[in-house]
Design a protein around this ligand. Structure first.
Ligand code: ADP
Ligand code: MG
Length: 496
């Protein structure tokens, strides 16, 4: 596909040089397979549920047995439309299915149904922040295709098993321009895409189960030179492995070039045990696949009204929502991005603010106490034992001076552990109320002043430390229940 290579080259003209590694610029392009969350397969009624007994969910159509015909799953097309709308792509009014012919044991039919010359989603882009800088990665295309089966190497001695349950599972392959310039940018792109496909409900995003798999194409070049030869790291199914694999691959390629060896185009696999990438096969060309339009499937026609209807059903997207949080609540880009990491996070934040809490404080609690506990317990925010209304009430009690921040953390812990469910009742039971009675506080202040003439003299002589010591004494005498701001004001007034 020399044309494609030249197009990639042309697309890179005029783009700024990325950060250099030992004098080399890193170039990365991604192909991501997102498994679409339909109940049945892309061209048959067989179930897509994960984890069934081998070969219980592949039907005659998935195997292309003689006499069967594939029928397009409308739900898969609608999910492709959603992605196209989310990424600002063109949705082709007419796209074509093609057969990609190759032999592999997990593909007994001898070809995969995919899209080749005319994919359903064309162009578009993914934007995200990396170290405070807005990055945009352009998409070439996203096309519909079926997954193949799986070879099973464990449990068999001297042979392999084949499980065809996955055959015919709907995939959307999302292909970028080689726009990324570092491992960090590539991982950030993959995370953002993962967020988007789960956010718009087209993919469950489960990486362990293979619902979201990335192939990273990596090359290096001296700045200003044409694109280098790429090697493609297949099937990265965790963000951590992705980072390790790309970092290793960059170092390996630079070492090869420095040693005077040319890079051979190849498909490689990452081995998490050694942290290395290893060549699996030399790369085949598109011509090797003998693509041709699938005679069993008519072109896929998408009416403008269908696209309009889906547009009306799209949720607000995470970037737009984050920008709105910045605008409406005065949050930083960082905070807003964290709060929009999933629809459930955003819904929680909205509910806390909706119940009257100050947005900045709601954001701090969510990213502090709450996320700390969610991570430790490995649960999602939907399962948080502290509900938005409770958090809002707690924040309100700090705001109106009833409790200090330290006391609020105690109440929060009690709510989280199920010790109680009512904020005010817990404050009462634990005796955490700050002293709001000005008369009582004044009495304590007077007592402390009467006993600390030395501190008073030092303060008058200009020693700030002495003032802090007085505040400390009052706080201690009040058993931590005095409001520090009130104590400060009272002391200042009394000391003149
Ligand atoms: P395939 O890998 O299936 O042959 P393509 O030829 O369409 O598919 O290219 C796939 C991916 O390789 C794209 O994501 C593209 O951005 C990336 N890519 C192309 N050239 C380079 C390069 N020189 N360095 C890094 N990535 C590249
Ligand atoms: Mg590829």
């Amino acid at each position: 596909m020399n044309d494609t290579v030249n197009t990639f080259e042309a697309q890179q003209q005029g783009r700024p040089t990325g950060p250099l590694v030992q004098g080399y610029e890193v170039i990365i392009g991604f192909e991501t397979h997102a498994q679409l969350s339909t109940a049945s397969k892309i061209f048959s009624r067989a179930s897509t549920a994960f984890g069934a007994e081998p070969n219980t969910q592949a039907c005659a159509v998935d195997l292309a047995l003689p006499g069967t015909l594939p029928v397009m799953n409308r739900g898969a097309v609608e999910r492709a439309i959603r992605l196209g709308l989310a990424l600002g792509s063109t949705i082709a009014p007419r796209s074509v299915f093609a057969r990609k012919n190759y032999f592999y044991p997990d593909l007994p039919k001898g070809y995969q149904i995919s899209q080749y010359e005319i994919p359903v989603v064309q162009g578009g882009s993914v934007s995200f922040y990396l170290d405070g800088e807005l990055k945009t990665v352009r998409l070439v295309r996203a096309h519909l295709e079926e997954d193949a089966g799986k070879s099973l190497h464990e449990d068999f001695v001297g042979m392999s098993g084949i499980d065809l349950n996955r055959a015919g599972t709907p995939l959307l392959e999302i292909v970028t321009e080689p726009d990324m310039r570092s491992t960090a940018e590539a991982v950030a792109y993959a995370k953002e895409l993962h967020k988007i496909v789960t956010w718009i409900g087209i993919c469950d995003g489960n990486m362990q189960e293979g619902s979201f798999r990335c192939d990273a194409n990596v090359s290096v070049r001296r700045p200003g030179q044409p694109l280098g030869t790429r090697r493609e790291i297949k099937n990265l199914n965790s963000f951590r492995f992705m980072q390790q694999a790309i970092d290793y691959e960059i170092r390996w390629q630079i070492e090869q070039l420095e040693d005077g060896h040319a890079i051979q185009q190849a498909t490689v696999l990452f081995d998490p045990d050694t942290g290395e990438t290893r060549a699996m096969r030399t790369k085949e060309d598109a011509a090797d696949y003998r693509y041709f339009p699938d005679p069993d499937l008519p072109p896929l026609a998408i009416a403008a009204e269908w696209i309009e209807r889906v547009k009306g059903e799209m949720p607000e997207l995470p970037r737009a929502m984050a920008e709105r949080y910045v605008r409406e609540h005065g949050l930083t880009d960082y905070d807003a991005t964290q709060l929009t990491q999933s629809p459930a996070h955003a819904a929680y934040f909205d509910a806390v603010v909706g119940a009257g809490a100050a947005p900045k404080l709601a954001s701090n609690w969510l990213q502090g106490e709450i996320s700390k506990r969610l991570n430790a317990q490995e649960i999602g925010i939907e399962a948080a034992p502290v509900k938005p209304a409770q958090l809002a009430q707690l924040i309100g009690r700090i705001g109106d001076g009833t409790i200090s921040n330290a006391a609020a953390r105690q109440v929060f812990e009690a709510l989280w552990s199920g010790e109680g469910s009512d904020v005010d009742a817990l404050i009462e039971a634990k005796g955490l109320k700050q002293m709001s009675d000005a008369g009582a506080l004044e009495k304590i202040v007077d007592e402390v002043l009467a006993k600390n003439e030395k501190n008073i003299a030092e303060y008058r002589a200009g020693k700030d430390k002495a003032f802090n010591a007085l505040v400390g004494q009052v706080m201690k005498a009040s058993q931590g229940k005095a409001n520090p701001a009130q104590v400060n004001a009272l002391l200042k007034a009394k000391l003149g």
